[in-house]
Design a protein around this ligand. Sequence first.
Ligand code: TRP
Length: 324
Amino acid sequence: MNKKTLLSGVKPTGRPHIGNYFGAMKQFVDLRGEYENSYIFIADYHALTSEKEGFDIREDSLNLALDYLAIGLDPKKVTLFRQSSVPQVTELSWIFSCLVTMPYLMRAHAFKDAEAKNKEVNVGTFNYPVLMAADILIQDTDIVPVGKDQKQHIEITREIARKFNIQYGLTFKEPQEKILEETETVIGIDGQKMSKSYGNTIPLFATDEETEKIIMSVPMDSKGIDEKKNPEDYNLYKIFKLFATSEEDIEIREMFEKGGVGYAEIKKYVAGVINDYLREMRERRKELENNGDYVLEILEKGGKIARERAEKKMVEVRKKVGLV
Ligand code: TRP
């Protein structure tokens, strides 16, 4: 087993859809057990930077934990915790804030985007990469699996580690990102990339009925029932492919290619295949929902492990900085 430490954070984003699942979530779970120390945390401090009215971070965080446990994250192999269980990161973030300059942070994409969209960016958003550096460096992380939009944040993290090490002596490791390529670009029911903002999603944890209703609404064309069709021309087929075994694929290709099968029937078949594929994780999520104490216990346990490791590092940092 790889002795290195892996760490990554995820922000609560609301109800996940199958695009989130195949694009990112699944890959986290697939990493399990590869590294001796794996930490995945729910970035609730970071979520505060974009807090809107009506949001409930506590609730969203618990839901995110349920989502990950339901899709197969194994809490025995991965330490799962809430970022706010490690308040030491805010302390370290302050120390880092005194090392990096404003012009340097002003070049961060996330800040530039936020500024372009909204006139009054909060200081938390500006400091976002610094808190992220603290998350990573406080745990002596080697590898950070992230989407490519986060690459710059890891570069900033390395820069902060270097600056600290030069000023106070070697303390932090320089971590490497592991870019999670979107192996599957999941399209929505309208053929655009699946995204909540396009309203074209299929929720991961929907009921069978909800899923079927969405599948029945996927636009097709006006070809007659007996006409031969090419499955590749249909969004329905592209979505289906994510879930299908090769036998199921052969079966549906026949329905399209031979003709004689109506779209409603094909769609029923697709909905059935999707629901079968997702059944186990949906059931597991239900079970976990009814077992809130167990989930809280996992988060508390994980939090304790992460906090103790962070505190140990902070003892060293405070000493080096001259704070004790
Ligand atoms: N910024 C990350 C995102 O938006 C979440 C995050 C916070 C993170 N802290 C982290 C990721 C530390 C990796 C490591 O997805």
